[in-house]
Design a protein around this ligand. Structure first.
Ligand code: FES
Length: 111
Protein backbone atom coordinates (compact mmCIF):
# COMPACT_ATOMS: atom_id res chain seq x y z
CA UNK A 1 0.00 0.00 0.00
CA UNK A 2 1.33 3.40 -0.97
CA UNK A 3 1.28 6.33 1.42
CA UNK A 4 1.48 9.57 -0.56
CA UNK A 5 2.89 12.64 1.20
CA UNK A 6 0.13 15.07 0.22
CA UNK A 7 2.12 18.06 1.45
CA UNK A 8 4.34 17.64 -1.62
CA UNK A 9 1.55 17.30 -4.21
CA UNK A 10 1.20 20.27 -6.59
CA UNK A 11 -1.03 18.72 -9.26
CA UNK A 12 -3.66 15.99 -9.18
CA UNK A 13 -4.67 14.39 -12.47
CA UNK A 14 -7.91 12.44 -12.62
CA UNK A 15 -7.57 10.19 -15.66
CA UNK A 16 -10.81 8.76 -16.96
CA UNK A 17 -10.70 5.00 -17.37
CA UNK A 18 -14.41 4.62 -18.03
CA UNK A 19 -15.51 2.26 -20.79
CA UNK A 20 -15.43 4.64 -23.74
CA UNK A 21 -12.22 6.37 -22.76
CA UNK A 22 -10.63 2.95 -22.28
CA UNK A 23 -11.73 1.95 -25.80
CA UNK A 24 -9.94 5.10 -26.99
CA UNK A 25 -6.68 4.26 -25.26
CA UNK A 26 -7.12 5.57 -21.70
CA UNK A 27 -5.45 2.58 -20.06
CA UNK A 28 -2.33 3.06 -22.18
CA UNK A 29 -2.52 6.85 -21.69
CA UNK A 30 -2.62 6.33 -17.93
CA UNK A 31 0.50 4.16 -18.06
CA UNK A 32 2.32 6.63 -20.29
CA UNK A 33 1.37 9.69 -18.24
CA UNK A 34 2.62 7.94 -15.10
CA UNK A 35 5.78 6.77 -16.86
CA UNK A 36 6.59 10.25 -18.20
CA UNK A 37 5.90 11.84 -14.81
CA UNK A 38 8.37 9.36 -13.32
CA UNK A 39 10.88 10.14 -16.11
CA UNK A 40 10.65 13.81 -15.11
CA UNK A 41 11.22 12.91 -11.46
CA UNK A 42 7.89 14.47 -10.52
CA UNK A 43 6.12 11.56 -8.85
CA UNK A 44 6.06 13.32 -5.48
CA UNK A 45 4.62 16.53 -6.97
CA UNK A 46 2.00 14.95 -9.23
CA UNK A 47 -0.65 12.52 -8.08
CA UNK A 48 -2.73 10.52 -10.56
CA UNK A 49 -6.04 8.81 -9.99
CA UNK A 50 -7.95 6.59 -12.41
CA UNK A 51 -11.66 7.32 -12.47
CA UNK A 52 -14.83 5.88 -13.90
CA UNK A 53 -16.79 7.76 -16.56
CA UNK A 54 -16.77 11.54 -16.25
CA UNK A 55 -19.72 12.13 -18.56
CA UNK A 56 -17.81 13.42 -21.61
CA UNK A 57 -17.21 10.15 -23.45
CA UNK A 58 -17.09 11.67 -26.94
CA UNK A 59 -14.16 13.84 -25.83
CA UNK A 60 -12.07 11.05 -24.35
CA UNK A 61 -9.70 10.09 -23.13
CA UNK A 62 -10.50 12.80 -20.60
CA UNK A 63 -8.12 14.10 -17.92
CA UNK A 64 -9.22 16.51 -15.18
CA UNK A 65 -6.47 18.57 -13.58
CA UNK A 66 -6.46 20.14 -10.16
CA UNK A 67 -5.87 22.71 -8.76
CA UNK A 68 -6.14 24.43 -12.15
CA UNK A 69 -9.72 23.13 -12.59
CA UNK A 70 -9.19 22.30 -16.24
CA UNK A 71 -10.64 19.41 -18.21
CA UNK A 72 -8.55 18.04 -21.08
CA UNK A 73 -9.88 16.05 -24.02
CA UNK A 74 -8.30 13.61 -26.45
CA UNK A 75 -5.37 12.68 -24.25
CA UNK A 76 -4.56 9.68 -26.40
CA UNK A 77 -1.40 7.63 -25.87
CA UNK A 78 0.44 9.45 -28.67
CA UNK A 79 -0.18 12.82 -26.99
CA UNK A 80 0.86 11.83 -23.48
CA UNK A 81 4.52 12.82 -23.68
CA UNK A 82 3.61 16.27 -25.00
CA UNK A 83 0.87 16.54 -22.36
CA UNK A 84 3.31 15.82 -19.54
CA UNK A 85 6.05 18.03 -20.93
CA UNK A 86 3.76 20.94 -21.70
CA UNK A 87 1.23 20.88 -18.88
CA UNK A 88 2.87 18.99 -16.02
CA UNK A 89 6.46 20.21 -16.44
CA UNK A 90 5.99 23.70 -17.93
CA UNK A 91 2.54 24.46 -16.50
CA UNK A 92 1.31 25.48 -19.97
CA UNK A 93 -2.12 24.57 -21.34
CA UNK A 94 -2.13 22.62 -24.61
CA UNK A 95 -4.92 24.78 -26.02
CA UNK A 96 -6.17 22.27 -28.59
CA UNK A 97 -6.77 19.77 -25.79
CA UNK A 98 -8.59 22.04 -23.32
CA UNK A 99 -12.22 20.98 -23.04
CA UNK A 100 -13.40 23.07 -20.11
CA UNK A 101 -11.89 25.66 -17.83
CA UNK A 102 -13.94 26.47 -14.74
CA UNK A 103 -12.72 30.06 -14.75
CA UNK A 104 -13.95 30.65 -18.29
CA UNK A 105 -17.15 28.61 -17.84
CA UNK A 106 -17.28 27.63 -21.51
CA UNK A 107 -16.92 24.31 -23.25
CA UNK A 108 -14.32 24.64 -25.97
CA UNK A 109 -14.97 23.13 -29.37
CA UNK A 110 -12.88 22.85 -32.51
CA UNK A 111 -13.40 25.17 -35.45
S1 FES B 1 -15.71 7.00 -20.30
FE1 FES B 1 -14.44 8.76 -20.00
S2 FES B 1 -15.87 10.39 -20.02
FE2 FES B 1 -17.13 8.64 -20.23
Amino acid sequence: MAIKDLTLVEKHLFICNGGTCTKNGAEESTKKIREYIADEGMEAQVHTTKTYCNGRCNDGPVVIAMPENVWFKGITPDFCRKFVQQYVVKNQLPESKVLFDYEEKAIRVEG
